[in-house]
Ligand binder design. Structure first.
Ligand code: CP
Length: 303
């Protein structure tokens, strides 16, 4: 993993994922260490973020490193017409590691080809969000005590939701059964279904999650990704397609946990938050430990 960019979830092997999860557990026990002292990480967010940027920056600060970058593209010279290539060429000469979020699919890969330091993809359009996937794996392993043979329900915007795309690929190492629940307009893209067929992973597609939710080990809710729609009328048609309410959880498995990459809009009712099966806020906290593990592994500075 040392000096290796993390752009797609397939950049790392199963053994490498598992190593990151073990290391994240160590950081959870002891998050304040000085192992990044003297290191500088650039966080370049061309799209809005709360959790990903702040958890990366928390991870870096807790490890004694320093952060440069921008949270708003309007405060960068991109607004003057500077290209992504020139931006990366500059930043690669300032920092030891680049974390980038960009609205264009493939932008992080392109950045990794220009940069002379490793690049971490913090989300590229509707494509991938691999560090979210690693924190999702960590959350699943922590709550289920295994990653193997789980019933994974993915609900909502499976077309534009980059987190479900990365998670589907990573979980495929662990013999899951997928239940994809979405409106017709937001179905899991065909390329991912082909991938599952090639891996001989079972999946089912539904339009409703009741009453089959009783079979779930993990319910992974997603927000309808308003920013990816070219037609606002299409967004309006699908935005409230699914709302998970506390009353729907009555006949679910004892081990079942509800995950969501957040932010949520309407898809999880507030009355679910107090249910012990709601795990999404702890999931977001786990992002700090997992990102500590990813950064220290890439920089070869394991605790
Ligand atoms: N999960 C996630 O990517 O959240 P942010 O958009 O707030 O970073």
């Amino acid at each position: 993993m040392q000096n290796k960019s993390l752009v797609s979830i397939t950049d790392y092997s199963k053994a490498e994922y598992l190593k990151i999860l073990d290391l994240a557990a160590e950081f959870e026990k002891n998050p304040n260490q000085e192992i990044l002292k003297g290191k500088l990480v650039a966080t370049l967010f061309f799209e809005p973020s709360t959790r990903t940027r702040l958890s990366f920056e928390t991870a870096i600060n807790r490890l004694g490193g320093r952060v440069i970058g921008f949270a708003d593209v309007n405060s960068s010279s991109v607004t003057k017409g500077e290209s992504l290539k020139d931006t990366i060429k500059m930043v690669t000469s300032y920092a030891d590691l680049i974390v980038i979020r960009h609205p264009t699919e493939g932008a992080a890969r392109y950045a990794s080809e220009i940069a002379t330091v490793p690049v971490i993809n913090a989300g590229d359009g509707a494509n991938q969000h691999p560090t979210q996937t690693l924190l999702d794996l960590y959350s699943i392993q922590k709550t289920q005590k295994t990653l193997e043979n789980l019933n994974m329900f993915m609900i909502g915007d499976l077309k534009y939701g980059r987190t479900v795309h990365s998670l589907l690929m990573a979980m495929s190492y662990f013999n899951p059964t997928f239940y994809f629940i979405s409106p017709d307009e937001l179905k899991m893209p065909r390329e991912y279904l082909i991938y599952l067929n090639q891996q001989k992973i079972k999946y089912y597609e539904y339009k409703e999650f009741m009453p089959i939710i009783s079979e779930a080990d993990i319910v992974y809710m997603t927000r309808v990704q308003k920013e990816r729609f070219s037609d606002p009328i299409e967004y309006e048609k699908t935005k409230n397609a699914y709302v998970l309410r506390n009353s729907m959880l009555e006949h679910t498995r004892a081990n079942m946990k509800i995950l969501h990459p957040l932010p949520r809009v309407n898809e999880i009712s507030l009355d679910v938050d107090e249910n012990p099966k709601a795990y999404y806020f702890t999931q977001a906290l786990n992002g700090v430990f997992v990102r500590q593990a990813i950064i220290s592994s890439i920089l070869g500075l394991n605790s």
